[in-house]
Ligand binder design. Structure first.
Ligand code: NAD
Length: 333
Protein backbone atom coordinates (compact mmCIF):
# COMPACT_ATOMS: atom_id res chain seq x y z
CA UNK A 1 0.00 0.00 0.00
CA UNK A 2 1.27 3.47 -0.85
CA UNK A 3 -0.06 6.82 0.33
CA UNK A 4 0.60 10.34 -0.91
CA UNK A 5 0.27 12.93 1.85
CA UNK A 6 -0.08 16.59 0.87
CA UNK A 7 -0.12 19.79 2.98
CA UNK A 8 1.91 18.00 5.64
CA UNK A 9 2.77 20.46 8.40
CA UNK A 10 5.97 20.00 10.42
CA UNK A 11 3.93 18.95 13.46
CA UNK A 12 2.13 16.24 11.46
CA UNK A 13 5.18 14.83 9.67
CA UNK A 14 6.56 12.62 12.46
CA UNK A 15 3.05 11.32 13.28
CA UNK A 16 2.21 10.40 9.68
CA UNK A 17 5.67 8.91 9.10
CA UNK A 18 5.49 6.93 12.34
CA UNK A 19 2.05 5.48 11.58
CA UNK A 20 3.04 4.50 8.04
CA UNK A 21 6.20 2.82 9.38
CA UNK A 22 4.18 0.90 11.99
CA UNK A 23 1.64 -0.26 9.39
CA UNK A 24 4.23 -1.03 6.69
CA UNK A 25 2.77 1.59 4.33
CA UNK A 26 4.98 3.32 1.74
CA UNK A 27 4.68 7.07 2.04
CA UNK A 28 5.44 10.06 -0.15
CA UNK A 29 4.75 13.40 1.45
CA UNK A 30 5.07 17.11 0.81
CA UNK A 31 4.10 20.36 2.51
CA UNK A 32 2.67 21.51 -0.85
CA UNK A 33 -1.04 21.51 -1.69
CA UNK A 34 -2.42 18.87 -4.03
CA UNK A 35 -3.01 20.56 -7.38
CA UNK A 36 -2.28 20.11 -11.08
CA UNK A 37 1.40 20.91 -10.54
CA UNK A 38 1.93 18.45 -7.67
CA UNK A 39 -0.52 15.61 -8.43
CA UNK A 40 2.22 13.60 -10.16
CA UNK A 41 3.56 12.67 -6.72
CA UNK A 42 0.49 10.44 -6.25
CA UNK A 43 1.27 8.18 -9.21
CA UNK A 44 1.37 4.59 -7.96
CA UNK A 45 -0.49 5.45 -4.73
CA UNK A 46 -3.84 3.97 -3.67
CA UNK A 47 -4.65 6.69 -1.17
CA UNK A 48 -4.20 10.47 -1.01
CA UNK A 49 -4.56 12.58 2.11
CA UNK A 50 -4.66 16.39 2.29
CA UNK A 51 -5.73 19.19 4.58
CA UNK A 52 -8.26 21.81 3.46
CA UNK A 53 -6.36 23.97 0.95
CA UNK A 54 -5.82 21.46 -1.85
CA UNK A 55 -7.36 21.68 -5.30
CA UNK A 56 -9.78 18.83 -6.00
CA UNK A 57 -10.66 20.10 -9.48
CA UNK A 58 -12.12 17.69 -12.06
CA UNK A 59 -8.76 17.68 -13.82
CA UNK A 60 -6.89 16.69 -10.66
CA UNK A 61 -9.46 14.02 -9.77
CA UNK A 62 -9.43 12.55 -13.31
CA UNK A 63 -5.66 12.27 -13.13
CA UNK A 64 -5.62 10.70 -9.66
CA UNK A 65 -8.18 8.13 -10.83
CA UNK A 66 -5.95 7.38 -13.82
CA UNK A 67 -3.06 6.77 -11.41
CA UNK A 68 -5.18 4.16 -9.58
CA UNK A 69 -5.91 6.22 -6.44
CA UNK A 70 -8.97 4.76 -4.68
CA UNK A 71 -9.32 6.69 -1.42
CA UNK A 72 -9.21 10.45 -0.81
CA UNK A 73 -8.89 11.38 2.85
CA UNK A 74 -9.15 14.93 4.10
CA UNK A 75 -7.52 15.27 7.49
CA UNK A 76 -9.85 18.23 8.16
CA UNK A 77 -13.37 17.84 9.45
CA UNK A 78 -14.74 20.05 6.65
CA UNK A 79 -14.91 18.51 3.18
CA UNK A 80 -16.52 21.29 1.11
CA UNK A 81 -13.27 21.57 -0.82
CA UNK A 82 -13.32 17.91 -1.97
CA UNK A 83 -15.55 18.26 -5.06
CA UNK A 84 -17.55 15.44 -3.51
CA UNK A 85 -20.13 14.85 -6.28
CA UNK A 86 -17.58 14.55 -9.04
CA UNK A 87 -15.21 12.47 -6.90
CA UNK A 88 -18.05 10.05 -6.11
CA UNK A 89 -18.97 9.82 -9.79
CA UNK A 90 -15.41 8.72 -10.48
CA UNK A 91 -15.76 6.04 -7.80
CA UNK A 92 -13.45 7.45 -5.11
CA UNK A 93 -14.11 6.52 -1.47
CA UNK A 94 -14.05 9.75 0.56
CA UNK A 95 -13.07 10.25 4.19
CA UNK A 96 -12.71 13.21 6.51
CA UNK A 97 -10.92 13.85 9.77
CA UNK A 98 -12.31 13.97 13.25
CA UNK A 99 -11.09 15.23 16.57
CA UNK A 100 -12.55 16.24 19.88
CA UNK A 101 -14.62 19.45 19.69
CA UNK A 102 -13.02 20.87 22.84
CA UNK A 103 -10.30 22.91 21.11
CA UNK A 104 -12.76 24.91 18.99
CA UNK A 105 -15.27 25.15 21.82
CA UNK A 106 -12.66 26.49 24.27
CA UNK A 107 -11.46 28.92 21.61
CA UNK A 108 -15.05 30.14 21.25
CA UNK A 109 -15.35 30.78 24.97
CA UNK A 110 -12.05 32.70 24.72
CA UNK A 111 -13.43 34.68 21.74
CA UNK A 112 -16.54 35.63 23.71
CA UNK A 113 -14.42 36.79 26.66
CA UNK A 114 -12.00 38.68 24.39
CA UNK A 115 -14.99 40.48 22.86
CA UNK A 116 -16.92 41.33 26.01
CA UNK A 117 -13.79 42.38 27.95
CA UNK A 118 -12.52 44.69 25.11
CA UNK A 119 -9.29 42.73 25.05
CA UNK A 120 -7.99 44.02 21.69
CA UNK A 121 -8.28 47.61 22.87
CA UNK A 122 -6.64 46.76 26.18
CA UNK A 123 -3.65 45.15 24.44
CA UNK A 124 -3.29 47.93 21.86
CA UNK A 125 -3.55 50.73 24.42
CA UNK A 126 -1.30 49.08 26.98
CA UNK A 127 1.38 48.42 24.35
CA UNK A 128 1.26 52.18 23.67
CA UNK A 129 1.55 53.02 27.39
CA UNK A 130 -2.07 54.23 27.47
CA UNK A 131 -3.00 52.76 30.85
CA UNK A 132 -6.44 54.37 31.06
CA UNK A 133 -9.69 52.47 31.48
CA UNK A 134 -11.36 54.54 28.75
CA UNK A 135 -13.49 52.38 26.46
CA UNK A 136 -12.55 49.23 28.34
CA UNK A 137 -15.56 48.57 30.55
CA UNK A 138 -16.65 44.98 30.02
CA UNK A 139 -19.63 42.78 30.78
CA UNK A 140 -19.92 39.64 32.90
CA UNK A 141 -21.28 36.53 31.27
CA UNK A 142 -23.57 35.78 34.21
CA UNK A 143 -25.73 38.75 33.22
CA UNK A 144 -25.78 37.99 29.49
CA UNK A 145 -27.78 35.77 27.15
CA UNK A 146 -25.71 33.74 24.71
CA UNK A 147 -27.30 32.30 21.57
CA UNK A 148 -25.67 29.19 20.12
CA UNK A 149 -26.64 28.49 16.51
CA UNK A 150 -25.83 24.92 15.52
CA UNK A 151 -25.62 22.47 18.43
CA UNK A 152 -23.60 19.67 16.86
CA UNK A 153 -20.32 18.53 18.36
CA UNK A 154 -18.82 22.00 18.78
CA UNK A 155 -22.01 23.95 19.57
CA UNK A 156 -22.97 21.39 22.21
CA UNK A 157 -19.54 21.61 23.86
CA UNK A 158 -19.77 25.42 23.81
CA UNK A 159 -23.12 25.19 25.65
CA UNK A 160 -21.59 22.83 28.21
CA UNK A 161 -18.53 25.04 28.83
CA UNK A 162 -20.58 28.24 28.97
CA UNK A 163 -22.96 26.80 31.52
CA UNK A 164 -20.33 27.23 34.24
CA UNK A 165 -20.34 31.02 33.68
CA UNK A 166 -23.99 31.28 34.73
CA UNK A 167 -25.22 32.93 31.54
CA UNK A 168 -28.61 32.22 30.00
CA UNK A 169 -28.00 30.00 26.98
CA UNK A 170 -30.38 29.84 24.02
CA UNK A 171 -29.85 27.29 21.28
CA UNK A 172 -31.07 26.74 17.74
CA UNK A 173 -30.53 23.83 15.40
CA UNK A 174 -32.51 22.25 12.59
CA UNK A 175 -32.12 18.98 14.55
CA UNK A 176 -32.43 19.31 18.31
CA UNK A 177 -30.21 17.25 20.59
CA UNK A 178 -31.67 16.20 23.95
CA UNK A 179 -28.26 16.35 25.65
CA UNK A 180 -28.11 20.09 24.89
CA UNK A 181 -31.29 20.72 26.93
CA UNK A 182 -29.31 20.16 30.14
CA UNK A 183 -27.43 23.41 29.43
CA UNK A 184 -29.53 25.46 27.01
CA UNK A 185 -33.08 26.22 25.97
CA UNK A 186 -33.98 25.53 22.34
CA UNK A 187 -35.79 28.46 20.72
CA UNK A 188 -36.40 29.57 17.13
CA UNK A 189 -33.81 31.58 15.24
CA UNK A 190 -35.71 34.85 15.54
CA UNK A 191 -35.76 34.49 19.34
CA UNK A 192 -31.99 33.87 19.31
CA UNK A 193 -31.55 37.06 17.27
CA UNK A 194 -33.94 39.14 19.40
CA UNK A 195 -32.79 38.06 22.87
CA UNK A 196 -29.08 37.25 22.67
CA UNK A 197 -26.32 39.61 23.77
CA UNK A 198 -23.78 37.24 22.24
CA UNK A 199 -24.40 35.01 19.20
CA UNK A 200 -21.98 32.28 18.20
CA UNK A 201 -22.50 30.20 15.05
CA UNK A 202 -21.47 26.57 14.67
CA UNK A 203 -23.30 25.31 11.59
CA UNK A 204 -21.60 23.74 8.59
CA UNK A 205 -21.24 25.70 5.35
CA UNK A 206 -24.16 24.47 3.24
CA UNK A 207 -26.29 26.12 0.55
CA UNK A 208 -28.90 26.64 3.30
CA UNK A 209 -26.44 28.34 5.68
CA UNK A 210 -24.45 30.43 3.18
CA UNK A 211 -24.77 34.09 4.15
CA UNK A 212 -27.20 33.29 6.97
CA UNK A 213 -25.78 36.19 8.97
CA UNK A 214 -27.03 38.81 6.52
CA UNK A 215 -28.70 42.23 6.71
CA UNK A 216 -32.10 40.80 7.62
CA UNK A 217 -30.64 38.64 10.40
CA UNK A 218 -28.53 41.48 11.83
CA UNK A 219 -31.56 43.78 11.74
CA UNK A 220 -33.34 41.38 14.12
CA UNK A 221 -30.45 41.37 16.61
CA UNK A 222 -29.99 43.50 19.73
CA UNK A 223 -28.06 46.75 19.41
CA UNK A 224 -24.48 46.07 20.39
CA UNK A 225 -24.70 42.32 19.77
CA UNK A 226 -21.43 40.39 19.99
CA UNK A 227 -21.04 38.05 17.00
CA UNK A 228 -18.65 35.11 16.90
CA UNK A 229 -17.97 33.09 13.74
CA UNK A 230 -15.44 30.37 14.44
CA UNK A 231 -17.11 28.05 11.92
CA UNK A 232 -16.95 29.13 8.26
CA UNK A 233 -16.60 32.64 6.84
CA UNK A 234 -19.20 31.91 4.18
CA UNK A 235 -21.90 31.82 6.86
CA UNK A 236 -21.64 35.62 6.96
CA UNK A 237 -22.45 38.28 4.37
CA UNK A 238 -19.40 40.52 4.70
CA UNK A 239 -21.16 43.68 3.48
CA UNK A 240 -23.84 43.18 6.12
CA UNK A 241 -21.14 42.76 8.79
CA UNK A 242 -19.44 45.96 7.67
CA UNK A 243 -22.71 47.87 7.80
CA UNK A 244 -23.38 46.38 11.24
CA UNK A 245 -19.96 47.52 12.48
CA UNK A 246 -20.23 50.98 10.93
CA UNK A 247 -23.65 51.60 12.47
CA UNK A 248 -22.55 50.08 15.83
CA UNK A 249 -25.42 47.60 15.64
CA UNK A 250 -22.68 45.01 16.10
CA UNK A 251 -20.84 45.72 19.34
CA UNK A 252 -17.98 43.31 18.67
CA UNK A 253 -17.11 40.77 15.99
CA UNK A 254 -14.72 37.83 16.24
CA UNK A 255 -14.01 35.73 13.15
CA UNK A 256 -11.65 32.77 12.97
CA UNK A 257 -12.73 32.26 9.36
CA UNK A 258 -13.37 34.56 6.42
CA UNK A 259 -15.20 33.97 3.13
CA UNK A 260 -12.93 32.81 0.31
CA UNK A 261 -9.97 32.15 2.61
CA UNK A 262 -9.09 28.79 1.02
CA UNK A 263 -5.62 28.92 -0.52
CA UNK A 264 -4.75 32.06 1.42
CA UNK A 265 -5.10 31.21 5.04
CA UNK A 266 -2.23 29.28 6.73
CA UNK A 267 0.18 30.68 4.12
CA UNK A 268 2.52 33.65 4.73
CA UNK A 269 1.39 36.69 2.75
CA UNK A 270 3.41 39.36 4.54
CA UNK A 271 5.84 39.80 1.64
CA UNK A 272 3.57 39.54 -1.37
CA UNK A 273 0.46 41.09 -2.79
CA UNK A 274 -2.60 39.01 -2.12
CA UNK A 275 -4.59 38.43 -5.29
CA UNK A 276 -7.84 36.68 -4.66
CA UNK A 277 -10.91 36.12 -6.72
CA UNK A 278 -13.12 34.79 -3.94
CA UNK A 279 -11.88 36.67 -0.90
CA UNK A 280 -12.87 40.31 -0.36
CA UNK A 281 -9.42 41.06 1.02
CA UNK A 282 -9.80 44.82 1.22
CA UNK A 283 -13.01 44.33 3.22
CA UNK A 284 -11.13 42.17 5.72
CA UNK A 285 -8.47 44.88 5.95
CA UNK A 286 -11.17 47.47 6.56
CA UNK A 287 -12.84 45.35 9.24
CA UNK A 288 -9.46 44.85 10.92
CA UNK A 289 -9.20 48.59 11.41
CA UNK A 290 -12.07 48.40 13.92
CA UNK A 291 -10.85 47.99 17.49
CA UNK A 292 -13.86 45.76 18.21
CA UNK A 293 -13.07 43.32 15.38
CA UNK A 294 -10.74 40.38 15.84
CA UNK A 295 -9.68 38.09 13.01
CA UNK A 296 -7.58 34.99 13.58
CA UNK A 297 -6.17 32.65 10.91
CA UNK A 298 -8.55 29.69 11.15
CA UNK A 299 -6.74 28.32 14.16
CA UNK A 300 -9.52 27.41 16.59
CA UNK A 301 -8.90 23.70 15.89
CA UNK A 302 -5.13 23.98 16.23
CA UNK A 303 -4.16 22.18 19.41
CA UNK A 304 -1.61 19.42 19.88
CA UNK A 305 -4.44 17.04 20.68
CA UNK A 306 -6.52 17.83 17.58
CA UNK A 307 -3.57 17.95 15.18
CA UNK A 308 -2.46 14.48 16.27
CA UNK A 309 -5.99 13.09 15.79
CA UNK A 310 -6.24 14.64 12.32
CA UNK A 311 -2.92 13.18 11.17
CA UNK A 312 -3.98 9.78 12.48
CA UNK A 313 -7.35 9.98 10.66
CA UNK A 314 -5.60 10.65 7.34
CA UNK A 315 -3.58 7.45 7.53
CA UNK A 316 -6.12 5.25 9.34
CA UNK A 317 -9.02 5.99 7.01
CA UNK A 318 -7.06 5.03 3.88
CA UNK A 319 -5.61 1.91 5.52
CA UNK A 320 -8.99 0.80 6.86
CA UNK A 321 -10.80 1.16 3.53
CA UNK A 322 -8.03 -0.55 1.57
CA UNK A 323 -7.68 -3.44 4.03
CA UNK A 324 -11.15 -3.84 5.67
CA UNK A 325 -13.32 -2.23 2.97
CA UNK A 326 -14.78 0.24 5.48
CA UNK A 327 -13.80 3.04 7.82
CA UNK A 328 -15.61 5.01 10.51
CA UNK A 329 -14.09 8.12 8.88
CA UNK A 330 -15.90 7.60 5.56
CA UNK A 331 -18.11 10.56 4.57
CA UNK A 332 -21.69 9.27 4.48
CA UNK A 333 -23.50 9.46 1.09
P1 NAD B 1 -21.52 19.16 13.41
O1 NAD B 1 -21.87 18.56 12.11
O2 NAD B 1 -21.22 18.29 14.58
O3 NAD B 1 -22.67 20.19 13.85
C1 NAD B 1 -23.26 21.09 12.98
C2 NAD B 1 -24.67 21.34 13.47
O4 NAD B 1 -25.25 22.37 12.65
C3 NAD B 1 -25.58 20.10 13.35
O5 NAD B 1 -26.19 19.84 14.59
C4 NAD B 1 -26.59 20.51 12.29
O6 NAD B 1 -27.89 19.96 12.51
C5 NAD B 1 -26.60 22.02 12.46
N1 NAD B 1 -27.16 22.74 11.32
C6 NAD B 1 -27.10 22.43 10.00
N2 NAD B 1 -27.77 23.35 9.28
C7 NAD B 1 -28.25 24.24 10.17
C8 NAD B 1 -29.04 25.42 10.04
N3 NAD B 1 -29.43 25.86 8.84
N4 NAD B 1 -29.36 26.09 11.15
C9 NAD B 1 -28.96 25.65 12.38
N5 NAD B 1 -28.24 24.53 12.57
C10 NAD B 1 -27.88 23.85 11.47
O7 NAD B 1 -20.28 20.14 13.10
P2 NAD B 1 -19.17 20.66 14.12
O8 NAD B 1 -18.04 19.68 14.12
O9 NAD B 1 -19.80 21.04 15.39
O10 NAD B 1 -18.64 21.95 13.33
C11 NAD B 1 -19.37 23.16 13.36
C12 NAD B 1 -18.70 24.20 12.45
O11 NAD B 1 -17.39 24.49 12.92
C13 NAD B 1 -18.55 23.77 10.99
O12 NAD B 1 -18.80 24.89 10.15
C14 NAD B 1 -17.08 23.43 10.88
O13 NAD B 1 -16.60 23.55 9.56
C15 NAD B 1 -16.49 24.49 11.81
N6 NAD B 1 -15.15 24.18 12.31
C16 NAD B 1 -14.27 25.22 12.45
C17 NAD B 1 -13.00 24.96 12.94
C18 NAD B 1 -11.98 26.05 13.14
O14 NAD B 1 -10.80 25.75 13.34
N7 NAD B 1 -12.36 27.31 13.11
C19 NAD B 1 -12.63 23.65 13.30
C20 NAD B 1 -13.59 22.63 13.18
C21 NAD B 1 -14.86 22.90 12.69
Amino acid sequence: MKIAAYEVRPDEKPIIEGLCKDYGIDLVSTPANLDATTMGMAEGCQGVTTLGQSDYSNEVLDTLRGYGVKVLASRCVGYNHMNVDYARRLGFRLCNGSYAPNGVAEYTVMAILVAIRKFKKAIYNTDDNDFTLKGKMGRELRSLTVGVVGTGKIGFTVCKLLSSFGCRILAYDVYQNDAVREYAEYVDLDTIYAESDVITIHTPHLPSTTGMINKEAIKKMKKGVVLIDNARGELCDVDALIEGMETEKIGALFMDAFPGETGIIHVPHNEDIVRTEGMPWFKLKYLRSFVNFVHTPHMAFFTEEAAASMAQCGVDSIREILTDGKSSHEIPE
